[in-house]
Design a protein around this ligand. Structure first.
Ligand code: HEM
Length: 443
């Protein structure tokens, strides 16, 4: 029985003898990318918590997300192309059930190609890692070129993260089974039916005794419904099977690490403003000066710098009570050379750069340590947290030009930096060293 016998014939636009070159390229590009994503996803979720493979897995997460977004874009393009360009009809002598299966598989593929990346996007936006059952926010940098924002309003939604990743994983593995069936069917057409179906997607196979006997296909509601039902079913099963993980209590974060030693502004160090700040004023040579920072991330050292900052310095070794310095750093200008780190640093849990664009170090308390060595005791404010900071530095003067070099180790927990995703410093070192090198001339 032909289940399409009573259905209306498709409009002429929808059928043709072969696929266009664009349709063929989109098909194979998507296929190759998806086939690489399944083993990659499988491996990285298992490798991320093992010390030996953590670093590579961390990098693969970014590659995985980048390819995933590329697949989403290609799929949207493909759907638009499919709706506006004719495609070959199925072979006329195909049995009814084969047609249903073929069409249902195609619809299911489109559904999966949309639903898998979208559930991945929802998962990362929910900011909760299912493998460790802890909060986690890592920005998405598309192959290091630009940042893809998280979906708004989903942050810290643990149950959503579990559900989305359950659906994501089951749909991905369900898709792998479907790819297997799809390849088997294509080979059957080529080797047994010899009807030219595979050659439509692999044009170099044409002309080897295969025939093109194609008939227009009617509107196929049943296969479409079956394809959509497959995607929904497998996605819901994935969500359901992740519920046991969801019912468990979240892993408690180490109490000490979870409570940053934030110091209220009023309690912070030397705010004793000197009555008379009359020491020499200096003009900073920005090209010869810099503020850098370093630490480790995922077991690897990183080095960063702030591109934008200003300094108001009055300093004279002979008039320490009359000296002061105010350094204001534009936190959005933090650069490490790693697009993911740079995007993550702007996030709420790190610098929250949109709400708090400035970090400020202020001191009016200088002490000589002998020779060219000095110490400035002041306060550092990042976001709403202020901590006392003592900066040892060297000062050398040649003619009108002074050079100052200093460094200090900061406790990022005390400054409430990265305490949502990594309060126990498993990924990013707790100690961040900040170095300042200033070349200045007398005003
Ligand atoms: C067609 C595209 C995609 C395929 C085939 C795919 C496939 C997979 C697979 C097989 C896994 C392993 C699941 C497990 O064993 O638990 C996985 C995990 C993951 N995927 Fe995808 N994925 C795709 C797109 C995306 C996109 C677009 C994103 C993000 C925007 C994403 C984010 C993730 C993340 C973050 C994980 C790790 C989950 C964890 O924390 O354990 N994926 N993916």
């Amino acid at each position: 029985m032909n289940i399409h016998s009573s259905a209306p014939v498709r409009p002429a636009l929808k059928t043709s003898k072969r696929y266009s070159a664009i349709a063929i390229v989109l098909h194979w590009a998507t296929a190759l990318l998806v086939i690489s994503m399944i083993p990659m996803g499988w491996w990285m979720v298992r490798a991320i918590n093992k010390p030996d493979t953590q670093q590579l897995a961390y990098q693969l997460f970014q590659v995985h997300k980048s390819i995933g977004f590329a697949i989403l874009a290609l799929t949207l393009l493909r759907i638009v192309w499919r709706l506006t360009h004719p495609v070959p009809a199925l072979p006329a002598d195909m049995k009814g059930w084969e047609r249903v299966l073929a069409r249902a598989t195609h619809v299911a593929f489109y559904g999966l190609l949309l639903a898998i990346p979208l559930t991945g996007w929802v998962y990362i936006s929910a900011g909760w890692a299912v493998s460790t059952d802890r909060p986690l926010m890592v920005a998405t940098s598309w192959f290091g070129l630009f940042t893809i924002p998280d979906l708004p309003g989903l942050e810290s939604m643990r149950s959503l993260a579990f559900g989305a990743m359950g659906a994501h994983a089951y749909m991905a593995y369900g898709g792998a089974v479907l790819i297997g069936l799809h390849v088997a069917a294509a080979l059957k057409h080529h080797v047994i039916d010899r009807d030219g179906v595979l050659a439509q997607m692999l044009p170099f196979l044409r002309g080897k005794g295969h025939e093109d006997h194609h008939a227009p296909t009617g509107k196929a509601l049943l296969p479409r419904g079956a394809g959509v039902a497959f995607v929904l079913l497998i996605g819901l099963v994935g969500c359901w099977l992740h519920l046991p993980g969801l019912r468990a209590e979240p892993v408690p974060v180490a109490a000490e690490a979870a409570t940053p030693a934030a110091i209220p502004v009023s309690a912070a160090a030397p705010a004793s403003v000197a009555a008379d700040i009359n020491a020499t004023a200096w003009t900073i040579d920005k090209a010869a000066s810099g503020i850098t920072f370093s630490g480790s991330h995922a077991g690897k050292p990183f080095n960063g710098r702030f591109d934008e900052w200003t300094g108001d310095i009055r300093f004279d070794p002979a008039d320490l009570p009359g000296s002061k310095a105010v350094i204001v750093v534009n936190t959005i200008s933090a650069k490490t050379g790693d697009a993911t780190q740079e995007s993550s640093l702007k996030n709420g849990e790190w610098f929250n750069a949109t709400r708090f664009p400035e970090a400020r170090f202020e001191t009016t308390s200088f002490k000589s340590l002998g020779g060219d060595r000095y110490e400035a005791a002041g306060s550092l404010t990042i976001k709403k947290t202020t901590v006392p900071v003592t900066l040892p530095f060297t000062y050398t003067l040649q003619g009108n030009k002074a050079e100052v070099e200093g460094s200090v180790e900061l406790d990022r927990a005390a400054l409430d930096l990265g305490m949502f995703s990594d309060p126990a410093a498993e990924w990013v070192s707790k100690v961040i060293e900040v170095k300042i090198a200033v070349t200045a001339t007398r005003k």
